[in-house]
Write a protein that binds this ligand. Structure first.
Ligand SMILES: Cc1cc2nc3c(=O)[nH]c(=O)nc-3n(C[C@H](O)[C@H](O)[C@H](O)COP(=O)(O)OP(=O)(O)OC[C@H]3O[C@@H](n4cnc5c(N)ncnc54)[C@H](O)[C@@H]3O)c2cc1C
Length: 510
């Protein structure tokens, strides 16, 4: 390893790579981010930004969340349209209801193009930190070294460059070359029976409400209709492989199916058409030595439920502060192992939720509103909404089903006398929330202050005079240690400062 390796090399400036670059810049960590494309893609694959991602964007930067909320279409959820063999239509509205996500400030589904999602991240990165990705640069080889990684970069003009870095993050997409080169094992299957195609198109005389996601199902067909900012629509079709005919003109196939569901609808100009086979894979580990996988490089699944890009961005959000803390000497290198132990189980749950929605709706077998209503009545569909929104995913230890807020839980946004918790904890430190100072002895409080003062780069104290109404109604004072990414690291009675000190000594270099 040379004297001055770059701390982090990010390969890929898609959703995962751009998010990681923004996080590293926000934490003051130097990095390079390269992408083999000559310029950012102008096409959108993902069209949904979920509640947990919106919370994450808000925690990062207010100007970031404002851009999303202003540009995106605010959708209440999905309507399921059915047509039976006789041509009779019925619907379930809402089929998936995102307005019930009341634990979040964002009880909605934001319809927003992926190219614009990535552009917002890159624009904030450039405006606030003066950083840009290096386009037209391909990572062609990666070699693990004792305490770092040696990467070879090929520039657009043919120049080859050797780069040494402490850590390399492969955010290079589903066909990750780095994953293949390092012979990384992954579990996978193909939805061999499913071919997907999208047609981004203007629609004339769409007779229904444009803010819903419309799932249209009938004998042997599935088409999704979603309006995007800019006024055009994403049409997505899922077909059994043996029925999919590549020679068919997509405009005609989509038009024929939509005409069965919507009176008078007409297709206008096409923006983009693409066709692909659905598949699943999950890397058997998210880390090998000093190389990490993030985003689609680690997990790929059906687009059903629109979780993919959200999960990719949240991988990066989980990894960013950990890399920063280790590189800045605020935490031991073992913190980086928790990226795999936390994010791989989430990858697995995301795959399960996407596969369930895929099988329920997109596999072309379901044209029965009664079955859907039964699922709705059982609460199973609402549980799926909690998952795909990202709000119900957590990092609790396996088997921990204790009630109330526990370590690993997403910390909700509380209205506090000083302001909202998410606003007050928008900093690169752990937040030590004391609820409440009124029932804490002066000696305990002084001890807490001393702990924080010894560690100003890692800890910030937020003391409440009294417990907010919606919080735990505990007569004892409690301490909530909230990680920089908004998940709870620890909660203990304020009298148990020993446990807090012990946790800090084990997990932070104080
Ligand atoms: C049609 C479709 C619809 C979808 N809809 C949704 C949705 O509604 N919601 C949702 O959340 N997700 C959705 N997804 C999934 C989502 O698009 C992906 O999960 C997401 O784009 C993955 O982001 P990423 O950054 O991991 O990878 P990518 O976006 O694939 O980015 C990888 C980047 O790495 C670069 N790269 C690759 N190899 C190299 C190399 N060797 N050197 C340098 N650069 C390299 C590539 O050029 C690329 O820019 C959809 C996907 C598809 C196909």
């Amino acid at each position: 390893m040379s004297q001055n390796p770059i701390p982090v090399l990010i390969v890929g400036s898609g959703a995962a790579g751009s998010m990681l670059a923004l996080e590293l810049a926000r934490f003051g960590v130097d990095y390079r981010c390269v992408d083999r494309l000559p310029a950012p893609s102008r096409y959108s694959r993902a069209v949904t930004v979920h509640a947990r991602t919106l919370e994450m964007l808000e925690r990062i930067d207010t100007s970031l969340i404002d851009r999303f909320l202003k540009r995106g279409v605010h959708s209440p959820g999905y309507v399921m349209h059915f047509i039976d063999g006789t041509g009779a239509r019925s619907e379930v509205r809402p089929g998936l209801d995102f307005t019930q996500l009341t634990s979040s400030r964002y009880p909605l589904l934001l319809l927003h193009s992926q190219d614009e999602t990535e552009a917002h991240l890159r624009n904030v990165l450039q405006e606030k930190y003066g950083r840009t990705a290096e386009w037209g640069v391909t990572c062609t080889s990666v070699v693990q070294q004792a305490d770092g990684v040696l990467a070879t970069l090929q520039h657009a003009d043919g120049r080859e460059e050797q780069v040494q870095c402490r850590y390399l993050v492969a955010a290079d997409g589903g066909n990750s070359r780095i994953r293949e080169q390092l012979d990384w094992q992954k579990d996978g299957t193909d939805y061999a029976s499913t071919v997907l195609q999208n047609l981004d198109v203007y629609l004339h005389d769409f007779p229904d409400h444009k803010q819903w996601v419309h799932y249209c199902m009938g004998p042997g067909h599935f088409v999704m209709v979603v309006q995007l900012p800019g006024g055009y629509f994403r049409l997505l079709m899922s077909q059994p492989a043996d029925k999919a005919d590549a020679a068919e003109v997509p405009q005609k196939v989509f038009s024929d199916i939509l005409a069965q569901h919507f009176e008078g609808i007409r297709l206008g100009d096409t923006v983009w058409h693409s066709r692909w086979g659905s598949r699943i894979h999950l890397a058997n580990s998210y880390r090998q030595g000093n190389v990490f996988l993030a985003g689609d490089a680690a997990h790929v699944h059906s687009t059903a439920g629109g979780q993919g890009m959200n999960c990719c961005m949240q991988d990066a959000y989980n990894l960013g502060w950990k890399l920063a803390y280790v590189l800045q000497g605020l935490a031991p290198a073992t913190l980086l192992d928790t990226y795999d132990s936390e994010r791989k189980p989430i990858g697995s749950q995301v795959i399960a939720a996407a596969s369930t929605i895929h099988e329920l709706f997109m596999a072309g077998r379901n044209s029965d509103p009664a079955a859907l209503l039964a699922l709705q009545a059982s609460g199973k569909l609402q549980a799926l909404v909690g998952q795909v929104s990202g709000l119900d995913y957590h990092y609790r230890a396996a088997g921990d089903d204790k009630p109330g807020l526990q370590a690993g839980d997403r910390m909700p946004d509380l209205q506090l006398p000083q302001g909202r918790l998410y606003e007050l904890s928008r900093h690169p430190c752990f937040t030590l929330l004391l609820v409440s100072q009124a029932v804490t002895s002066p000696a305990q409080y002084a001890q807490l202050e001393a702990l924080v003062q010894r560690n100003p780069h890692a800890l910030q104290l937020l003391a409440l005079d009294k417990a907010p109404a919606q919080f735990l109604q505990d007569s004892d004072a409690r301490l909530y240690l909230i990680r920089p990414d908004g998940y709870l690291a620890l909660q203990v009675p304020a009298s148990d400062l020993e446990s807090l000190e012990h946790w800090c000594q084990a997990h932070l270099l104080l």
